[in-house]
Design a protein around this ligand. Sequence first.
Ligand SMILES: [Fe+2]
Length: 295
Amino acid sequence: MTRVEALGYLGFRVKSLEDWEVFATEILGMTATRAAIDGEEAVVLRMDERAHRITARVGDDELDYIGWQVSGPDALDEVAAALTAAGVAYNDDAGLAEMRGVRRLLRCTDPAGYTLEFHYGATMLQEPFVSPTGARFVTTAPDGADTGLGHVVVVCDNVEETTEFYRRVLGFKVSDHIIPVPGMLLTFLHTNPRHHSLAVAPVYKDGPTGINHFMVEVDDLDVVGRALDRVHQRKIRQLASLGRHTNDKMLSFYVQSPSGFGIEYGTDGLLIDDETWSVVTYDASAYWGHTFDPA
Ligand SMILES: [Fe+2]
């Protein structure tokens, strides 16, 4: 079975590179560099040894692409075969691979319309990652398993079809579900020990599709607390108060990114052991906290 390994990177189109640069470094604790990508100015964000985890270029404040990492050339061949077997067209784009600093890259669109980039051989930099806020981001499990940059939650108007694509074609496993409000079923999917690398949400109250939020995890509650202090000090809009999620046990808060969508900043996320895991459905997203849009 084809198996995507981890959420390798994300790309966004943003209205203000400057706002993202300040937010990512001073609130989230990532490092930022300016680069020219395909002739366009970009802000490139690091959170560990990898050369880029998040890349922002100028545009309309939206998710540009999701980079799904696989373990190597054989795994990427398997993804290509699985996409072909499922009738999904893809580009094997050497120029794009060069731009992303990976050895090979296949690009396709998922059933909900999101652009996916399957890749292996990401560039690791000799220059150590040193967070300006002292954050240490959790991108591996204690046993060394790669757990990726975090997770991404996307809103889809064809949730079942999209979920089945990730499950049957790409080898994701359902972690669990949450019904946060009656009639709304969220589906969480994992592809490594991280509880979820992807969650699929239906359109809510005629709202938009697009990214709902992405999550990054740090290894220290005090780093989360200090980030929250900075959010308050700078009067940045918080989308949910500090709280503990029911399903992945993440202790986190949600803040509005400069592009409007959410960023979850948390610690203490659950790791899954597929040998013993069983899918359940929670009737709430948090044990406590996560009050929406706190004043
Ligand atoms: Fe989340």
